[in-house]
Design a protein around this ligand. Structure first.
Ligand code: SAH
Ligand code: SF4
Ligand code: F3S
Length: 466
């Protein structure tokens, strides 16, 4: 078979990313790996020589999306084969890791399935897939059958190429991966593997690279980013996240530092101090609590109480009075009673969030909660979720209103829909719209907030003398 992958023609890569920021980071890194092989990004499936679906497995809906997208790509591949060419289809990410065999069974035209810890081997997997297909007499829709869901002993970061391209002035930097916490609802420990912190040297090398590429806002990533304990430069010990943030802040080029996602049990004094001392660190913290009921927190295996969570919130507020919080909530976890639900509403009222995500509990195969006999009826979940979301929406609106009149640092990202308007992000991740010159795109500027809506702010750039 003649594949456009085999010759020197331009090759096109279509890549679709589902799920969390870690997947966005991984997709960027896959692109970095493939660019030297001559791949150019396309959003047009018809052109694609390689289509990668970088999947999420966190809730049932997320992983079912994959199968409908695969159904959509199949006719494009078929057409290519009819024209004597081919398209390689790859399924990457957490669904690939959790149910790679099932993906191949349900979509046998998929060529490669590999997990989040194996994509550094992409060039080799592509070569193998092509060899496999070239040995066939007849071109066929049947995939190359490559399955790679190992957790290699050598961390993938050691084999990844240097980051060579950044869109805009904001970038993710992965510093920690995996999770050993095994919350009873969650697939992440099974899909991402054991907790791993990158050594400080390798993080700092990437940070330098991002700074050279003109990045102004860096977001440190990890499934449990504040569990970070990377080996020091001289290998004599380890440093926690708060200290790493201090080191990263030394790069003059970086004006805004963020990190996500934190676990309450891994909050340490040095992180609270970083919020007090590092001006570049955004006064915004995503600190998922999942439930406001001690009984449910225990059943979830979260290993902290609601009062311990409140204490952390107070400590952060003492250290940085303008800090605001966001969270994740799971509604209708097995066994959740009306009282537990009221406790969650009460916790939300007590903390007062800038915004938060809330999800109906979704049964995930292989996790302890999935086999509980106390599953909550769908109608109850729907009702409780709507109550939680109404309260969170109210708090979001109140928070947005509180922002009016304040001065904020905004990184401008793009032109907005309205003529002459730009859109950017506030320290609290709200979209901010201002009338401003396009020259401000990818720049950080002080803005006075003059108005707000449910989901965004409007502002005016503050003209400074220098
Ligand atoms: N490490 C982070 C969360 C990562 S998963 C933490 O510990 O908080 C992102 C969010 O997805 C979780 O915070 C949780 O709210 C949600 N989630 C995970 N598993 C889920 C499930 N089975 N059903 C519904 N939501 C789930
Ligand atoms: Fe999942 Fe819990 Fe680990 Fe977060 S801490 S990734 S919710 S197991
Ligand atoms: Fe989804 Fe995997 Fe992230 S399951 S939320 S893509 S870690």
């Amino acid at each position: 078979m003649t594949s456009s992958l085999a010759n020197t023609e331009k090759r096109y890569l279509f890549i679709k990313t589902y799920g969390c920021q870690m997947n966005v980071y991984d997709s960027n890194r896959m692109t970095d790996i493939l660019t030297p092989l001559g791949f150019e990004i396309t959003e047009d499936l018809e052109k694609a020589d390689l289509a990668i679906y970088n999947t999420c497995h966190i809730r049932e809906k997320a992983s079912e999306k994959l199968y409908s997208d695969l159904g959509r790509v199949k006719p494009f591949k078929k057409k290519k084969i009819e024209n004597g060419k081919d398209m390689l289809i790859a399924v990457a990410g957490c669904t690939a890791q959790a149910e790679g065999g099932e993906v191949m069974r349900r979509a046998p035209y998929v060529d490669m399935v590999f997990g989040p810890q194996s994509y550094q081997n992409l060039p080799e997997m592509i070569a193998r897939a092509m060899r496999e297909k070239e040995t066939r007499d007849n071109p066929a829709l049947r995939g190359a059958g490559i399955l790679n869901v190992d957790f290699p002993t050598q961390p993938k970061f050691d084999d990844l190429p240097e980051m060579n391209k950044v869109e805009g002035a904001s970038a993710f930097l992965s510093i920690q991966e995996g999770c050993d916490k095994f919350c009873h609802f969650c697939v992440v420990p099974y899909t991402r593997g054991a907790e791993y912190s990158r050594p400080v040297k390798s993080v700092m090398d990437d940070a330098r690279r991002l700074s050279d590429l003109g990045v102004k806002e860096v977001t440190l990533l990890g499934q449990n980013v504040n569990a970070y304990h990377g080996a020091t430069l001289d290998g004599s010990g380890e440093i926690p996240l708060g200290q790493l943030i201090q080191e990263i802040a030394e790069f003059d080029q970086f004006e805004i530092i963020r990190y996500i996602t934190s676990h309450p049990n891994d909050v340490t004094q040095d992180l609270i101090e970083a919020h007090r001392d590092v001006k570049k660190l955004s006064p915004y913290l995503h600190l998922p609590v999942q439930s406001g009921s001690n009984r449910i927190l225990k059943a979830m295996n979260r290993k902290h109480t609601r009062n311990e969570y409140f204490k952390l919130i107070d400590q952060f507020r003492d250290a940085r009075p303008d800090i605001a919080f966001s969270s994740d909530f799971i509604i209708g976890f097995p066994g959740e009673s009306d009282q537990d639900h009221r406790d969650t509403l009460d916790l939300i009222r007590h903390v007062g969030y800038a915004q938060a995500y809330s999800f109906k509990y979704s049964m995930r195969p292989g996790t302890p909660a999935a086999s509980s006999e106390f599953q909550i009826e769908e109608a109850v979940k729907v009702q409780r979720l709507s109550e939680v979301q109404a309260l969170l929406d109210e708090q979001k609106m109140a928070f947005n209103q509180k922002c009016v009149g304040q001065e904020m640092t905004v990184l401008f990202e793009r032109k907005a829909r309205h003529e002459g308007q730009l859109s950017g992000r506030s320290p609290y991740m709200q979209s901010v719209y201002v009338q401003a010159n396009e020259r401000l795109i990818n720049q950080v500027a002080p803005v006075r907030i003059v108005g707000c809506g449910n989901n965004s702010l409007t502002g005016e750039v503050i003209i400074t003398d220098n």
